[in-house]
Design a protein around this ligand. Structure first.
Ligand SMILES: [Zn+2]
Length: 730
């Protein structure tokens, strides 16, 4: 039966009018799309009814939604073919493939599929929606990835950098793969976005039912994307290939390094693959070459602090210690110190485990545990080279510290780091390790304790009048300076709506003068040493942090996370009132942020963001969507929408086009260019009816385009479909 005769049948059955049939014919000429699809799209007939008519006219059985497809059949037909022909392989019965189709007139497709699979094809008639859902569920992995990548507008170029002699060769990573492999694209996105967002680490973590991709930015972990679990294997093997690791090995920890170039920036990646209960967890540390060029004046020292530190670094011999917990910025300070010393034509040797950054003009030695090279043995052989300055990555054991301290007494300036909470505690820590008090007292020049605090974003910084509680918190540290205003970040696109951008260090510096030297020599208590250091002008971490708040660089909330300011305050009162019970402020560790829940909410509880500048439209939409069980959040222009997306993490967005401040196209493009928001479905709902407007909307990255006045049921159906489609990517 030909299609015109089908139209004839539909007219005879009274299902469509002759005019509608003519409309479909006209449209079909230009569109070259199946009649059935057009009939449904133009709203002339319901899809289910059409399927019933097709089934009876073509003598085909109807697809029963309770019929569970056999997954083995998926291997017979790739997703690309299934999508191209609009079909789905249900199962194989002996030499016959049972295929769900929505367009029974497409006999060419059946011939093709028969040729591809080498099987006879028996058709079952399904609606177009049913076929799409079957494809999505069956080929879930690929569809999600395709959808995600389709939406991203600015893929990053990654190149692998290989050292060959003195030359560095850049290899385009895509060229050695079959073109446009989605996994490579996704990897490029993950890496490129991490660099763009200034991440220091990427964590790819398998969990129950999904893989969580998180970035560490300014010390905080931020969840950016969840992908389906079955995607993990391909992503991890791709990453392993990149770093020359063993793909087949999935039960042991593996480490690797690789150099890449992303958008003209060279980045060293250090990878660690660790098997976990749900699969392999991958941690990638990004070492940006630019960071190795940090200088002392850019770290956050106040001028008088910098002078103290520079004076210590100018000493011909002695021990300089930088202390703090992991992630407190010790390494940057020490590298900056080495760079500063280097310029004074001295011989510098370092022993590191591992070497984080290479610095020109410095001899850096990588500690190699496997070859039995310890800090202590390397240090001994280095001393024979008679360097002026030695940098020992970390003092961990008695042997290393003994040699390091002795070297610092025999004409060498030694720099090292220690894992302690404050400057005075380092002395006790050295005693605990087993260093002789006389060695510490005679060699130690300075101890710099430090922490990192986030800086208020310069683009959205605003003044506010601090309340009494805030002032009370700060008073012990700044004295009675009248404070009428403080600063905070409102949150904007530039800072990812965190209100912070970048970090600075706060310091507590203890210079070892003759009094402190004497106290160390006779193993005085921390209290006594602290008291003496205070007399000598020691400023605590809490005080330094408070100064940064008053200067408008950071916020009270931020410093209370990094330094226990309330407790320090209390103890300081004791310090001033009763010197006998003096205690040293103990900073609290940075709390780990709580990751968002990973559970997939049912459709009805999905959160929708509606964006429209017209109050009346917002109100009606809000009412309609809430009445069918959705959660709704609102925004009145594109900029507000971006803010709401960051804050509310909606599952779907309904976006108007013409709006003040930032229009819907701009907002859509902004969302699509970021990995974290690229996969959120967007429906454009607008009064603009021209074909060009629709194309512009789809080009910007909208998933669907509906014009006002809109059909309520149609809109709800589209929302439901898009939510179902994106559910797997959440
Ligand atoms: Zn900002």
């Amino acid at each position: 039966m030909t299609m015109p005769s089908l139209l004839q049948t539909l007219i005879q059955e009274g299902l469509i009018t002759p005019e509608q049939a003519q409309d479909v014919r006209d449209k079909q000429l230009g569109a070259k799309r199946p009649f059935g699809e057009l009939l449904v799209e133009m709203g002339f007939i319901k899809e289910e009814l059409l399927a019933t008519v097709f089934a009876s006219k073509f003598h085909l059985p109807l697809y029963n939604p309770k019929d569970i497809p056999d997954r083995a059949a998926l291997k017979l037909l790739s997703f690309d073919f299934a999508k191209k022909y609009g079909v789905f392989p249900l199962r194989q019965e002996k030499g016959t493939l049972i295929l769900a189709v929505s367009d029974p007139s497409d006999v060419m497709a059946i011939d093709d599929i028969s040729a591809i699979t080498g099987l006879n094809v028996n058709r079952v008639l399904a609606t177009r929606a049913q076929v799409t859902i079957l494809q999505m569920e069956g080929y879930q992995l690929d569809d999600t990835v395709y959808d995600l990548l389709k939406n991203v507008t600015s893929p990053n170029m990654i190149q692998l950098l290989k050292e060959e002699g003195n030359q560095t060769r850049a290899i385009d990573i895509k060229s050695d793969e079959e073109n446009n492999s989605p996994v490579i694209n996704l990897l490029a996105l993950i890496l490129g976005d991490a660099v763009r967002m200034r991440a220091t680490d990427i964590h790819i973590e398998p969990r129950e039912g999904c893989v969580d991709i998180r970035y560490r930015i300014d010390g905080y972990l931020k969840s950016v994307l969840k992908v389906p679990s079955n995607f993990m294997a391909r992503l991890s093997s791709r990453i392993k290939v990149l770093a020359d690791l063993d793909i087949a090995e999935t039960r042991k920890t593996q480490d690797g390094r690789v150099k890449i170039r992303i958008n003209q920036r060279d980045i060293d990646l250090r990878l660690a693959v660790i098997p976990t209960f749900y699969g392999e967890k991958i941690a990638i540390r990004l070492l940006d070459k630019e960071q190795a060029k940090t200088t002392l004046d850019k770290i956050g020292f106040e001028e008088y602090e910098l002078n103290k530190f520079r004076t210590a670094l100018a000493s011909p011999q002695g021990m300089v210690l930088v202390t703090g917990p992991t992630g407190s910025g010790k390494t940057s300070t020490l590298y900056a110190a080495l760079t500063a010393i280097k310029n004074e034509t001295k011989q510098i040797i370092t022993i590191e485990d591992p070497i984080e950054y290479l610095i020109d003009g410095i001899n850096q030695i990588q500690l190699n545990i496997n070859k039995d090279v310890t800090f202590a043995s390397s240090l001994r052989s280095i001393l024979r080279q008679d360097p002026n300055v030695i940098f020992v990555g970390e003092i961990r054991d008695r042997e290393t510290s003994d040699i390091a301290f002795r070297a610092s007494q025999t004409g060498h300036l030694v720099l090292s780091s220690l894992h302690t909470n404050n400057s005075v505690a380092s002395i006790t820590r050295l005693f605990d390790i087993g260093v002789e008090p006389y060695l510490v007292s005679s060699s130690l020049i300075i101890v710099v304790a430090q922490r990192l605090v986030r800086l208020i974003c310069p683009k959205c910084k605003e003044e506010y009048v601090p309340n009494a509680d805030h002032l009370e918190l700060l008073r012990p540290f700044i004295g009675e300076i009248p404070l009428s205003k403080l600063y905070r970040g409102k949150g904007c696109q530039y800072c990812g709506f965190d209100g912070f951008y970048g970090r600075t260090a706060v310091f507590e510096i203890m210079e070892v003068n003759s009094e402190i030297r004497e106290l160390i020599g006779r193993q005085a208590s921390e209290k006594e040493i602290y008291k003496e250091a205070r007399k000598n002008g020691l400023r605590t971490l809490a005080e330094s942090a408070a100064i940064k708040v008053v200067q408008g660089l950071t916020t009270i909330e931020e410093i209370t996370r990094v330094v226990d300011i309330a407790r320090a305050d209390q103890e300081q009162d004791q310090f001033q009132g009763n010197q006998e019970v003096l205690q040293i402020p103990i900073p609290t560790p940075i709390p780990a942020p709580v990751p968002p829940p990973t559970a997939i909410l049912p459709d009805s509880a999905a959160k929708l963001l509606i964006v429209d500048d017209e109050e009346s439209i917002l109100t009606i939409l809000d009412m309609r969507l809430r009445s069918v069980g959705y959660q709704v959040v609102k925004a009145q222009n594109g900029e507000e929408a971006l803010k709401q997306v960051a804050k509310e993490k909606p599952d779907l967005i309904i976006m108007d086009v013409n709006m003040p401040v930032m229009n819907g196209l701009e907002a859509t493009r902004a969302l699509r260019s970021k990995l974290a928001t690229a996969a959120i479905p967007i429906i454009m709902l607008t009064a603009l009816k021209e074909k060009n407007d629709e194309l512009a909307g789809l080009d910007a990255g909208a998933d669907d385009y509906i014009t006002k006045p809109y059909d309520k049921d149609k809109l709800l159906a589209r929302i439901k479909m898009l939510l179902a489609r994106s559910k797997r990517a959440q």
